[in-house]
Design a protein around this ligand. Sequence first.
Ligand SMILES: CC(C)(COP(=O)(O)OP(=O)(O)OC[C@H]1O[C@@H](n2cnc3c(N)ncnc32)[C@H](O)[C@@H]1OP(=O)(O)O)[C@@H](O)C(=O)NCCC(=O)NCCS
Length: 208
Amino acid sequence: MTQGLLLVGASGLAREVLAAGITGVTGILDDDVTLHDTEVAGVPVVGPLALAPRRAEQLLVCVGPSATRRAIVRRFAKFGVDDERYARFVARSARIGASSDLAPGSILLDSVVVTADARLGRHVVAMPNCTVTHDDVLEDFVTLAAGVALGGGVRVCEAAYIGMNAAVRQGLTVGAEATIGMGAVVVSNVPNHQTWAGVPARELGESA
Ligand SMILES: CC(C)(COP(=O)(O)OP(=O)(O)OC[C@H]1O[C@@H](n2cnc3c(N)ncnc32)[C@H](O)[C@@H]1OP(=O)(O)O)[C@@H](O)C(=O)NCCC(=O)NCCS
């Protein structure tokens, strides 16, 4: 059994995780050498990401953009870092229904609510006040910014990013690596890789 926890990325997300009351953090890894031997929110930045495979602690990748988080996890995997090494963090005020589950590496910040039969994949991040409802599926590396609301049976595909206070109608799919703008109201399926915004949401750059 590994002891302690290293956060990966001396980021705003890392500070949010610390502010949300995570325990057992012994250090932070970051490739910015100017941060080494400094402290972030009272936690020492102990060295570069390359240390991760050689250390014994569990890891939590605290990097906001979905694609960057995925790139780090893939880089670690080449050095034998597997799912067993990753912690999960669910803030005390967040709630996950008993019939829902959360894979390793995922982070639910304050007041996130996950209701029934939802499946949250690896390294998913849900920022404060998100609502994930029945039968939703969040694939690996999905990011939900603060206040996102998903109707029932929504699928958010790998590494998609949904901006603050966006809402997605029940039963829809948001494609892999898609970006949804803050405040969007998504009323139709969003294809992979596209950026949609507005009310109702449309592909950005397309005329309404
Ligand atoms: C949608 C988004 C990704 C677009 O970013 P971008 O590609 O840099 O786009 P720009 O800011 O250059 O804006 C392009 C156009 O889209 C419009 N636009 C940008 N964001 C929009 C949004 N959320 N809703 C509606 N229109 C939006 C702009 O007004 C601009 O319109 P114009 O061409 O008529 O002037 C971004 O604005 C966004 O909403 N990101 C999510 C932010 C967020 O939730 N952050 C959380 C941090 S924790």
